[in-house]
Design a protein around this ligand. Structure first.
Ligand code: NAP
Length: 265
């Protein structure tokens, strides 16, 4: 009988629903030896029943050292579409070390004829749009801010508005605009709940990243239903890495990598 090949050693850079889904597919599959890596930004992350590590690697050198020490044979970059630093670092490092890398990234949301989106390139640009004295800055608005607790400071430049900030964990108070109401909540959110939030707070504008996916899409539907304007922050430029949209496609790629490694031995 032929000997069973050793499992393929994989690093999964996570922090997303897609990474979690892939980890669930890999659980108990003896063909793979995966490690999930999380940045450590969320206090109580959902963890799979497979090996994991938490915290930054320490830049390119740290990542290179970790990949080398753990003899990693394939990498899945399933970080959030806005986690541009990590994606950039891993694409450079994987190329340097010759380790196959796949990007697992959910598609962007697309505007329909019923949407009123103003697209901006960054959080700073979203804040500038709200500060503009000749535009949205003219009259106080009630802004639903859903860009995360770490990125509230730029909105201090538009202090005339009331911000309804929703984040998973509480932000640092010094980083908040002066009139802020905090909602701590974790998705997924449904349309009825989002409509109730819009109505309860009298929201006039939504500010969001174009994160994609279904977990937080209901706020886009709610803005559409209420005919409210959306300031949509475009994704940062993507690294030139082969990309798939679903955990199932990533699984297929891993199976090919596993087969290729066996052939190469
Ligand atoms: P980032 O700006 O791209 O990365 C900042 C630093 O965090 C990286 O240089 C790296 O530190 C560390 N890091 C990021 N992802 C990591 C991972 N999966 N494992 C180990 N270290 C990681 O990332 P970010 O925007 O702060 O996001 C941090 C994490 O939250 C990501 O894993 C992302 O998937 C998740 N997330 C982000 C957003 C968002 O809107 N940005 C939304 C939801 C979830 P070292 O240089 O020390 O290695």
């Amino acid at each position: 009988m032929p000997a069973t090949p050793p499992p393929l050693r994989i690093l999964i850079l996570g922090g997303t629903t897609e990474a979690t889904a892939l980890c669930h597919m890999l659980e108990g599959d003896s063909a793979f030896a995966p490690t999930l890596s999380l940045a450590g930004v969320t206090k109580n992350p959902a963890l799979p029943t497979l090996p994991y590590r938490i915290g930054g690697f320490g830049g390119r050198d740290g990542l290179q050292c970790w990949l080398h020490t753990n003899k990693v044979q394939a990498i899945i970059d399933a970080t959030h579409p806005f986690a541009a630093t990590m994606s950039h670092t891993v694409s450079l490092t994987a190329r340097e070390l010759g380790i196959p890398l796949l990007r697992l990234e959910r598609p962007e949301w697309q505007a329909t004829a019923r949407d009123n989106w103003q697209r901006v390139p960054s959080i700073q640009a979203a804040a500038c749009t709200l500060a503009d004295p000749a535009g949205l800055g003219k009259t106080p608005l009630t802004v639903f801010l859903t860009t995360g607790r770490k990125e509230t400071q730029p909105f201090q430049a538009a202090p005339q508005h009331h911000y309804i900030l929703r984040s998973i964990e509480a932000p640092v108070p010094e980083a908040l605009p002066p009139i802020t109401t905090l909602i701590t909540a974790k998705g997924p959110f449904d349309l009825a709940a989002e409509l109730a939030t819009f109505q309860h707070y009298g929201i006039t504008h939504l500010v969001t990243k174009n994160s994609g996916g279904s977990a937080t899409f209901a706020k886009i539907e709610a803005a559409r239903t209420c005919s409210l304007p959306v300031i949509m922050i475009n994704r940062p430029a993507a690294a030139l890495t082969r990309t798939v949209a679903t955990a199932q496609e990533a699984m297929t790629w891993l199976q090919h990598q596993g087969a290729a490694t066996v052939r190469a031995v």
